[in-house]
Design a protein around this ligand. Structure first.
Ligand SMILES: [Zn+2]
Length: 374
């Protein structure tokens, strides 16, 4: 009897251990090495883990797995991957005996195992996913609706040249600057990682209404712009396109800023527009000018440029020459002239208004003289 009890106790102790051994997590985040550890029970031989992000091209990574007891184990370094990216993975293997095996693709959501200090709320739009920390459901829903509209708008502007993707874009919104700084690698109010399909945005800098008409469509455009991450593409082209996608109010403000700068003679030289602004003071004007340059180029030429670069990775300047028939330098001149031209037109308009006012004044004076003579 005692033996039986002992056996029962031993069994009771042994069972959970065995169960634990079987129910290991398939994916675990190892913070000390900033990597994801994947595990799978499978036959001896050789095994490979295939990781894919459904955004952009050439996003499959193959990792050779190591044997760890009865399981396969593969490590994936995520230090370069935004914590809020979506990954998909599958296993394939060749056993010592028998036919090769493979698993189905598994989606692995990651906003985000890497951070333990925030709780993400998720709201699914029709075309995008929004993840927010410390935000109300109503705000997240508003952002999701703006995200949906922004996706459609970006695809409309880019036409056939829009980046082709299988997955939905992700908008990750944080409220505090501190949270933003913890997750973003760059400054500003938002950052887009087009190859991962993720944009991280800091809501705290603006009112929600401004945020959804400005930051959201701007960053979403970067995700669908097929050349947003290319180094041969001038900054004005990428950013001008993003401002073009912003709401009407933002574009109106850009035009006002340009008009003022044209009058004050403080416009940034077109040849400086290939690089991002150097000082905070000129940032707003720089973006306004970038927008104006893309608008001057027109949708048709913009798409021809995108298509030309997409074909075989041809460099921007080469496609530029083919599409516009201009060198980059002559474009700067043409652009500067079109600017002068528009300010010249403003002067003509002002002079015409002046002449009109003088004529009316003379007429009134004449009328007054005639009446006085009576
Ligand atoms: Zn931008």
């Amino acid at each position: 009897m005692r033996r039986l009890i002992l056996l029962c106790v031993l069994l009771a102790l042994a069972l959970p251990v065995q169960a634990e051994g079987l129910t290991f997590p398939e994916v675990a985040y190892a913070p000390e090495r900033d990597e994801l550890v994947f595990r799978l029970a499978g036959p001896d031989g050789a095994a490979t883990l295939i990781i894919e992000t459904p955004w952009g091209r050439q996003t499959q990574t193959e990792i050779g797995a190591q044997r760890d007891g009865a399981t396969w184990m593969a490590r994936f370094d995520v230090s370069e991957v935004p914590v809020m990216a979506e990954l998909r993975y599958a296993w394939s293997g060749i056993p010592r005996q028998g036919a090769p095996w493979s698993t189905a693709w598994v989606s692995y959501d990651r906003p985000d195992p890497a951070s333990d200090f925030r709780e993400w709320q998720h709201v699914a739009g029709e075309l995008c996913d929004v993840y927010g920390a410390q935000l109300s459901a109503a705000t997240l829903t508003q952002i999701a609706a703006a995200g949906d509209a922004a996706v459609l708008n970006a695809q409309k502007i880019l036409g056939d040249t829009a980046r082709y993707v299988e997955a939905r874009p992700r908008i990750v919104v944080v409220v505090t600057e501190w949270d933003y700084a913890m997750l973003a690698t760059e400054g500003g109010y938002g950052v887009a990682k087009p190859s991962w399909g993720v944009t991280l945005q800091w809501l705290g800098h603006a009112e929600v209404d401004e945020f959804v008409t400005r930051t959201v469509p701007h960053e979403i455009m970067h995700l669908y712009d097929p050349t947003a991450e290319r180094h041969d593409v001038p900054a004005w082209f990428t950013e001008g396109l993003a401002v073009l996608a912003e709401g009407k109010q933002a574009r109106t403000e850009s035009r006002q800023l340009l008009r003022q700068a044209a009058q004050d003679g403080t416009l940034i030289s077109a040849c400086w527009m290939s690089e991002y602004p150097r000082t905070d003071a000129e940032t707003a004007l720089w973006y306004a000018q970038a927008f104006d340059m893309v608008e001057a180029l027109g949708l048709e030429q913009m798409r021809a440029l995108q298509a030309g670069m997409a074909d075989d990775g041809t460099q921007f300047l080469e496609v530029w020459r083919r599409v516009t028939g201009e060198s980059a330098e002559s474009w700067s001149t043409i652009y500067a002239q079109s600017f002068l031209g528009s300010s010249w037109r403003i002067w003509v308009r002002n002079i015409l208004i002046g002449i009109f006012v003088v004529c009316v004044a003379l007429l009134i004076y004449r009328e007054w003289l005639i009446r006085r003579e009576r």
